[in-house]
Design a protein around this ligand. Sequence first.
Ligand SMILES: C[S@@+](CC[C@H](N)C(=O)[O-])C[C@H]1O[C@@H](n2cnc3c(N)ncnc32)[C@H](O)[C@@H]1O
Length: 223
Amino acid sequence: MPDVSTAQAFYGRWARLYDAIATFPGVGSWREAAARSLDLSAGDTVIEMGCGTGANLPSLRERVGPDGTVVGVDFTRGMLNRAASRIAREGWTNVHLVHGDATRPPIEGPADAVLASFVVGMLADPAAAVDGWLDFVAPRGRIALLDATRSSRASAQPLDAAFRLFVAASTPPATRLRYANPPWESLDERVAAARRPLADRTVDHTHETFGLGFVRLSSGRLP
Ligand SMILES: C[S@@+](CC[C@H](N)C(=O)[O-])C[C@H]1O[C@@H](n2cnc3c(N)ncnc32)[C@H](O)[C@@H]1O
């Protein structure tokens, strides 16, 4: 699985820089919105697929409280190490990290909610992954996907070239070479594909965009 090893090597190398970007002022409000869309209550269990350096963990932990459980799954050790430092710093005993492939998470469900932020664009078959994640969600539980894509807003067009550059730079080089299309087109396709099972299998959908439309949040609830 060359895509997996190149992504792991890439994110492992850039974990520190990634963490700085992931916690940049302003990004926090998108993360808050994603956590809010999960409609968590104290005592709930929430799983974050592809949790990276743990930038979402504070808002998830705050919502489930000391009696809830947060589980972060990621396949890149360097990213998980940063998440582990965050957990240790905060002294959270109910936030757990699992090293593994989020498309076949080595964990047991069901959970009250699943979150994946800036992840589905990296997956070879995002629709199948989200379909599998929905099997982890308990009836009436929620799923939320937060992603960057190109924006269709006229006001965003001056930034389109910068966005494409950012997507190209943040795609592992070996993965980029394998794409049939430019990486920003592949990203758009994967982000759209990930939303199909969410649209088909859930109800009470919410959709929000941020950052001039470059970031989109979609959520839904299982019946
Ligand atoms: C762009 S980062 C996003 C991290 C975090 N969700 C955030 O919002 O900051 C993507 C993360 O997904 C992880 N990832 C990608 N594909 C994965 C997979 N199949 N299984 C587990 N982790 C994966 C990468 O290791 C990386 O940490």
